[in-house]
Design a protein around this ligand. Structure first.
Ligand code: GUN
Length: 278
């Protein structure tokens, strides 16, 4: 049986470290503040947004909630972002994705000032990450790196394979593994002989968005498997992109779903919020 990489435990450690740091900042009169914007009331987004607000409260970060109507115009939304960009009381701005179809996500991401871009989605933030400059790191990939580091799993010199090439996870994940001196391959839905490539991985990151896609025949004996996916199966139970039961006896370490990468995303968002005032 593989070692379980406990994201809930590691994320709690990170949040407790941040809580102590925020308490010390408070002594100096500094309180970070995150504006959280949700457009419409998609139930999954509401769960994520609530968890973000709860994490802020736990750590001592102030949060301002904007619950906007589904039919708000893009212009109005951009107006709110512009106000928040100029509001000195607000340190971080987060717009929960996905947005309704009539709103251009790219325009919204670009409207958030890079100084307050705690999601790490703005092209300037992405560019800084790409060239290794200081700046916010995208939360889910940064959370994966922390999971590996805090589990004493070395990345340097390892064969790292990422399945998925999204702007939020796959692409930045590959860049952060590269930054840690991994040898990185990005694969995706059009990759030929996918299994042949994933079976080379010492560290395999699954971010394909297909439930239980990665089975034992995709993994090398003793590999470390990180599952970024989250889905509900036929019985309404949560599962990831990895068929956990099928691979668990073949690998050396694996993240569960739930309780693996998910809680780390929020912990790293909180870290970015504190970073705005460090
Ligand atoms: N939707 C899914 N993941 C994320 C995330 O990390 N940030 C935001 N803003 N929206 C998301």
């Amino acid at each position: 049986m593989a070692r379980l990489i406990d994201g809930k435990l590691i994320s709690t450690q990170i949040k407790d470290e941040l809580k102590a740091e925020v308490a010390a900042l408070k002594e100096k009169g500094i309180v970070p503040c995150l504006a959280v914007i949700q457009v419409g009331n998609d139930p999954a987004s509401s769960v994520y947004v609530n968890n973000k607000k709860k994490a802020c409260a736990y750590i001592g970060i102030e949060s301002l909630a904007y619950e906007l109507e589904e039919n708000i115009s893009q212009e109005e939304l951009l107006g709110i972002i512009d106000e928040l960009n100029h509001n000195d009381m607000v340190n971080g701005i987060l717009v929960q994705l996905p947005l309704p179809k009539h709103i251009n996500e790219e325009a919204v991401i670009k409207a958030i000032t890079p100084k307050k871009d705690v999601d790490g989605f703005h092209p300037e933030t992405v560019g800084n990450m790409c060239i290794g400059s200081k700046g916010f790191l995208p939360c889910t990939p940064a959370g994966v790196i922390q999971l590996l580091k805090r589990s004493n799993i070395a990345i340097e010199g390892k064969e790292c394979v990422v399945i998925g090439r999204s702007n939020i996870v796959g692409k930045p994940m590959a860049l952060l593994l590269l930054r840690e001196n991994g040898t990185v391959t990005i694969t995706h839905s059009r990759t030929k002989d996918l299994k042949e490539i994933t079976k080379r991985a010492d560290i395999l990151v699954a971010a394909i968005g297909k439930p239980k896609f990665v089975t034992a025949d995709y993994v090398k004996e003793g590999a470390v498997v990180i599952d970024v996916g989250i889905h509900r199966n036929e019985d309404n139970k949560l599962c990831g992109d990895v068929d956990f039961d099928d691979v668990v006896d073949k690998v050396s370490a694996i993240t569960p779903v739930p309780g693996g990468v998910g809680p780390m995303t929020i912990a790293m968002l909180m870290n970015n919020c504190v970073e705005t005032v460090r």
